[in-house]
Design a protein around this ligand. Structure first.
Ligand SMILES: [Zn+2]
Length: 145
């Protein structure tokens, strides 16, 4: 990972390479047949490779485009207006199809069983005193925190 103000440089296979601060890849400091830099835009410094620089420039241009911004705002409004309806519809579907919900949850559990067990064990290992204190509190009839 690059840090600080200077670009990482190295010499590999007969060419200097610099590391892009965004994609973290090494790109050679070479020129094409026309004498133009292939992977870097020197006028923008050796901070980001050509691809990363152009991607950022493209996104900035798209964000500044009023048509794109109007479309995004319309999509946001549509999402907000339809959100409650969609949530209610999917809740109603789940209510009508409990066996499919159960089958999905069972399949999901079987797919992620090992992760769930590992997470539970890690939690218990880390918070064992707290878990045991809660169990003791429940046994004594106190409300668990
Ligand atoms: Zn890059």
């Amino acid at each position: 990972m690059n840090s600080g103000r200077y670009t990482d440089l190295r010499f590999r296979e007969g060419a200097f390479e610099a590391r892009c601060r965004l994609c973290d890849e090494w790109w050679p400091l070479t020129v094409d047949d026309a004498g133009k830099p292939e992977y870097w835009l020197p006028r923008h410094g050796l901070v980001r490779c050509r691809a990363c620089h152009l991607a950022i420039a493209r996104n900035r241009k798209a964000a500044a485009d009023p048509v794109v911004e109007a479309k995004r705002e319309a999509a946001r409004l549509r999402y907000r207006a339809n959100r409650a309806t969609h949530l209610a519809a999917s809740a109603a579907w789940r209510e009508r199809n409990p066996e499919r919900v159960r089958a999905y949850r069972r399949e999901y559990y079987l797919r992620h069983r090992d992760e769930a067990i590992a997470a539970a064990k890690a939690y218990y290992r880390e918070f064992r005193p707290v878990v045991l204190a809660k169990k003791r509190a429940v046994r004594r009839g106190e409300a668990a925190a």
